[in-house]
Write a protein that binds this ligand. Structure first.
Ligand code: COA
Length: 381
């Protein structure tokens, strides 16, 4: 094992939306829609829309608030979507910009100069264009050397990215690899969908993976890892260049495909996801613990993907065979909501300073694909 995690970085948008604010906006949209369609509803041709509820959201998901890049339009019943002004090709693209913010923090924290980084991987759920790779733009903004590329394994992108970085280091392609996870999840969320309008937020995280020979003295050794995928349509987003059938484009990024084409946005069968993914992830963690002779009870912390609080509690319980303390599986969902691939990395970033030499933990992601990734780490120095 030659690659280690040297540091992480986190960039958080300035604006946030509480459940109460979100629900107020949603319910205003419901009132408007029901008024606009009163005749059809009266005639039995359409079902009236029903209100969302802040207490339901917190109970069903653990989410209390979410950070967002564009607040007001999401709350405007006439828009119900972020409005992110389109930028010219001469300006840095938004995804590269927020990725660079998080990456700079990771570099600073490890005392690493940009030019010493040999590869950048942008690993996230929603890339804003086909090419050039956003990662190559991040490379240019930061001034890193070598090469860069994008990859997408939905919510598992960060752990798959860490493993990809490890492979590049083992293969001699680079000694320092930046894995960045810019997630503008609100751009693919249907804010008119009561079942899902509360789920996502925006953020960017970064992980610096390095050859042990160049890593700082204090780092995280990777003591075991496992990636799995298994096809499912239960979490899906059909957005893509073959699916741009909406002719209008009002100059706002994320607008294409939104005009009435809801399946070009995030859709999920939440109940099935819950039922199918919990055992899949618990099995993955338990088997991997066995392979590496790790007693799950000796894991000081599990930094789990942040999609649903009840799901995390259940996974942790299945792994440890007992109820878990919040310190053992910390939650950032309440503040950040689901931030796709960034979730487990936010948790790792915020809740890992108290580790002593030799203590072990687990970064674990799971989500669309289905996909899941487990990275076992041990604190060194
Ligand atoms: N406000 C009020 N009520 C709502 C609501 C809202 N915003 N959304 C749904 N409800 C209602 C439903 O209509 C339903 O009512 P009914 O029982 O009268 O039919 C009830 O609440 C339960 O809905 P359901 O969708 O079954 O809720 P849930 O308990 O499964 O929670 C999720 C929904 C999405 C939070 C949950 O299933 C989940 O998080 N699953 C995992 C998702 C996941 O990890 N996805 C990965 C994404 S990357």
């Amino acid at each position: 094992m030659t690659a280690v995690i040297s540091s992480t970085g986190l960039w958080t948008p300035e604006q946030s939306i509480s459940n109460e604010e979100l629900v107020e906006g949603f319910n205003a949209y419901v009132d408007k829609w029901n008024t606009d369609n009163a005749a059809a509803i009266e005639a039995g041709e359409l079902d009236a829309l029903t209100y969302s509820n802040a207490a339901f959201i917190e109970k069903a998901s653990g989410i209390k608030s979410r950070f967002v890049i564009s607040k007001e339009p999401i709350l405007d019943p006439n828009i119900m979507a972020p409005r992110i002004p389109a930028r010219s090709n001469d300006e840095p693209s938004i995804l590269a910009e927020i990725a660079a913010h998080a990456a700079k923090q990771a570099l600073e924290s490890a005392g690493r100069k940009s030019e010493d980084v040999g590869a950048v991987i942008v690993a996230c759920s929603n890339l804003q264009r086909g090419y050039p790779a956003v990662a190559v733009e991040v490379q240019s903004i930061l001034g890193t050397s070598g090469f860069a590329f994008d990859m997408n394994v939905a919510c598992s992108s960060a752990t798959f990215g860490i493993e990809t970085a490890r492979g590049l280091i083992a293969g001699g392609q680079a000694k320092s690899v930046l894995v960045v996870n810019p997630e503008i999840c609100t751009a693919h969320l249907n804010f008119k969908d009561r079942d899902a309008h509360f789920i996502f937020g925006d953020v960017a995280t970064a992980i610096l993976v390095e050859h042990i020979n160049v890593a700082p003295k204090a780092h995280w050794e990777i003591i075991g890892s496992k990636l799995i995928t298994q096809f499912s349509n239960n979490i899906r987003n059909n957005f893509g260049f073959l699916n741009h059938t909406a002719p209008e484009d009002d100059g706002m990024q994320g607008e294409r495909g939104r005009k009435g084409l809801t399946d070009k946005l995030f859709v999920q069968n939440g109940r099935s996801v819950f039922k199918e993914v919990v055992p899949m992830v618990a099995k993955l963690i338990n088997e991997e613990c066995e392979t590496h002779g790790i007693d799950p009870n000796n894991l000081k912390r599990m930094w789990l993907h942040q999609a649903n609080l009840n799901m995390n509690v259940l996974i942790a319980k299945k792994v440890l065979g007992k109820d878990v303390e919040i310190e053992q599986a910390p939650v950032v969902l309440d503040e950040y909501a689901n931030t796709s691939s960034a979730g487990s990395i936010i948790a790792f970033h915020k809740y890992s300073d108290d580790f002593a030499e030799g203590e072990t933990g687990l970064i674990c992601s799971f989500g669309a694909g289905y996909s899941a990734g487990a990275i076992f780490v041990k604190r060194v120095a």
